[in-house]
Write a protein that binds this ligand. Structure first.
Ligand SMILES: C=CC1=C(C)c2cc3[nH]c(cc4nc(cc5[nH]c(cc1n2)c(C)c5CCC(=O)O)C(CCC(=O)O)=C4C)c(C)c3C=C
Ligand SMILES: [Fe+2]
Ligand SMILES: [Fe+2]
Length: 343
């Protein structure tokens, strides 16, 4: 069988000139700004032009562009390799706000003429702002292009064994790098406006599940969960990563920080965590600050994704929920209420 695996991620600008249109695409998404298009689209134009200089300065610190596409391509190739013989697997990277974007990827997948399609979010924890937004865009473009191939979707995998193992390996290396001193592990996730969680988004509870699974796998840790990357005037979920770094400083603890909701490197790891928060840690007397890398193509992570893809292919009609415990899931991810909520 020919099987297309579509790997969803957010995308990032590939040049300084791309920053503003990338931001405009992001703020035009009704999953990000929940207003009717009459208000949302002019607002997106306004916010993106106001934020562009600040965002360009962020990207300038990593050479003017985001490395997220190259990293996601490497994950697609590693996954094809891990899936091995038996079927003709082909991985397609599909970004939400910068190229390659949904319409073009739907066309490429159609040319491949697969027998089945698997939609695979590179977001371990489900959110309406990320996974559901990508799935909705896919369904719309696939319908327009009359791509009617049977399609299955993985909603989420917050405590998938390979993901947890890869994360635990990397955090253990971080602990070794911090040396022989009292340490607190900060599990830092991208934040969300509080109102998104209040509306039923399971992201925060899934982030907490990931953190607990990693902490349990390692054992004996002093750890806490915190949230980074806040933008805009709304109240976001907390505690914020900067406050937790300052608290570690006043407790005399070294910090080992693991970004548990990102699976690749980009501006929010390479600039926010590696430059801005390292500086904050130094200023607040944190004895050592170690930023743990994201899972990337760690073999255990890729093997875990391959297991999930194979499970979907082998048991297409058997209910298997891949993680949505805070919202009941029918398990057949075509009928998963988390995904259904996206259409
Ligand atoms: C778990 C992952 C992510 C969630 C949840 C998320 C929600 C979310 N993001 C914004 C605003 C911005 N995000 C930006 C970049 C960005 N965000 C994620 C991941 C999640 N976002 C990634 C992987 C990236 C890509 C970074 C890169 O490639 O460099 C940006 C642009 C950067 C900047 O200007 O700071 C914005 C803006 C909101 C508003 C939101 C939920 C409502
Ligand atoms: Fe974001
Ligand atoms: Fe599900």
């Amino acid at each position: 069988m020919k099987i297309a695996i579509v790997l969803f991620n957010l995308g990032g600008p590939d040049s300084p000139e791309a920053v503003q249109p990338f931001l405009r695409n992001l703020f035009s998404d009704p999953a990000i700004i929940t207003l009717p298009s009459f208000f949302r689209l002019p607002l997106a134009r306004f916010i993106s032009s106001r934020r562009a200089p600040k965002a360009q300065a962020i990207y300038a610190q990593i050479g003017g562009s985001s490395p997220i596409l190259g990293q996601t391509e490497a994950q697609a190739r590693a996954l094809e390799e891990a899936l091995g013989p038996g079927h003709e697997w082909r991985g397609y990277v599909c970004m939400r706000y910068w190229h390659p974007m949904t319409e073009a990827v739907v066309r490429s997948v159609k040319r491949f003429a697969p027998d089945r399609i698997v939609l695979l979010p590179l977001y371990p924890q489900f959110s309406t702002t990320t996974t559901a937004s990508s799935v909705k865009a896919w369904k719309e473009e696939a319908a327009k292009a009359k791509l009617t191939v049977p399609t299955q979707t993985l909603c989420c995998y917050p405590d998938e064994n390979g993901f947890v193992q890869a994360s635990a390996d990397l955090v253990k290396q971080g602990l070794a790098d911090a040396g022989d001193r009292p340490v607190r592990v900060l599990f830092s996730a991208h934040g969300l406006p509080e109102k998104v969680i209040k509306a039923g988004d399971p992201y925060q509870s899934q982030v907490e599940r990931t953190a607990k699974a990693i902490a349990d796998r390692i054992g004996g840790l002093d750890w806490s969960v915190c949230y980074q990357s806040r933008v805009g005037p709304l109240k976001w979920i907390g505690p914020s990563t900067d406050v937790e770094i300052q608290r570690a400083g006043s407790d005399g603890k070294a910090v080992v920080l693991y970004p548990l909701a990102f699976v690749s490197e980009h501006s929010e790891t390479l600039v926010e965590l590696d430059i801005e928060y390292r500086h904050l840690a130094e200023k607040n007397g944190v004895p050592a600050y170690v930023r743990v890398p994201t899972v990337g193509t760690h073999p255990a992570f890729i093997a875990g994704l391959a297991d999930r893809v194979r499970a979907l292919m082998a048991e297409p009609h058997v209910p298997v929920c891949h993680g949505a415990r805070s919202m009941p899931c029918s398990g057949n991810h075509l009928g998963c209420p988390l995904i259904a909520g996206a259409s």
